[in-house]
Design a binder for this molecule. Structure first.
Ligand SMILES: Nc1nc2c(c(=O)[nH]1)N[C@H]1C(S)=C(S)[C@@H](COP(=O)(O)O)O[C@H]1N2
Ligand SMILES: [Mo]
Length: 299
């Protein structure tokens, strides 16, 4: 599928692969330098409010535990072959689609995107994937469909984190149909030109580059088209902090920290903050989706 937008990023901007894969160590390393500890004693004005959050509570794959080392330790237990995705609800061709069948129908391309976690760290990731819109076209979107709901695999024997009710499993996410059909919205099957590692959401995950990272649900087993806004894991758990939209927005702060800036992981400049861009830098492409909406209200 030809790119329908002009990417301002190239491979030179990409977060080095070893940094992406070893974020936990990089972040742990920062704690070791004493920077994070020192931050705790700074005044509110100079304190980077989420630095401790980033280090201690940013998550990646709660199904394997909330500890920062857990996904790396346990995600290899998840069997990703065979894999199928159930597509149901308001579609012409509902059913179980095997990952292989999906891949044989889709065109995988590389997309270099900014990735901005709600906890104010960011990266630039070279994803490999296909447009979600192509998959939904294959399933046949019926009139009346207004939202797409997504679910992650729930297999407790392989996912030790699901023994704890941190989340009402399975992990759920959702998009408005026009967001789901937007050409920037992809289903990723790889990173750095290789199959996506288990801990990052093998064999396929959502990537919505203008939204906070938690919308990018991993290891998807079900997609349902509905006419109602679907419940999503984080907005169900803490509705006052995480909304359905979760668009990256430097002007709408998280109740507990500022979203005006972010820490770009990599390049040895780990502690340097940079301004967060409206819609994570994809404003020209997606702002029209939200015309007339109060983005502070619809966070
Ligand atoms: N199923 C599932 N998907 C998930 C999560 C999770 O815990 N479970 N964490 C989310 C969060 S908070 C972020 S920031 C990204 C992290 O993706 P990465 O580890 O590949 O950077 O995955 C998102 N998708
Ligand atoms: Mo996140």
């Amino acid at each position: 599928m030809a790119h329908r937008w002009k990417n301002d990023l190239s491979y030179g901007d990409v977060t080095p692969e070893h940094v992406y894969l070893n974020r936990r160590q990089v972040i742990a390393g920062l704690a070791g330098t004493g920077l994070a500890v020192a931050a705790g004693s700074l005044s509110a004005e100079t304190l980077e409010p989420n630095s401790w959050e980033e280090i201690t509570t940013y998550n990646n794959f709660y199904e394997f535990g909330t500890g920062k080392e857990d996904p790396a330790k346990y995600a290899h237990q998840m069997k990703t072959d065979p894999w199928s995705v159930k597509i149901d609800g308001l579609v012409d061709n509902p059913g179980e689609y095997s990952f292989q069948d999906i891949l044989s129908e889709m065109t995988v391309e590389e997309r270099i995107y900014r990735f901005r976690c709600v906890e104010a760290w960011s990266m630039i990731v070279p994803w490999n994937g296909f447009e979600l819109g192509d998959l939904l076209a294959m399933a046949g979107v019926q009139e009346g469909a207004k939202y797409a709901a997504f679910e992650t695999l729930l297999r407790p024997s392989e996912m030790p984190g699901t023994a704890y009710r941190t989340i009402d499993w399975p992990y759920r996410e959702g998009l408005r149909l026009d967001e789901a059909l937007h050409p920037l919205t992809i289903m990723a099957t790889g990173i750095y030109g290789k199959p996506i590692p288990n801990q990052n959401g093998a064999p396929l995950r959502l990537v919505v580059p203008w939204k906070y990272g938690f919308k990018s649900i991993k290891s998807i087993v079900r997609i349902t088209l509905t006419d109602k806004e679907p419940p999503t894991s984080w907005s169900t758990l803490i509705p006052g902090e995480y909304g359905f939209y979760s668009n990256v927005n430097p002007k709408v702060d998280h109740p507990r920290w500022s979203q005006a800036s972010e820490r770009r992981i990599g390049g040895g400049l780990f502690s340097k903050r940079q301004p967060t861009l409206m819609f994570n830098g994809y404003e020209n492409e997606v702002a029209s989706l939200y015309e007339g909406m109060d983005l502070a209200q619809n966070y």
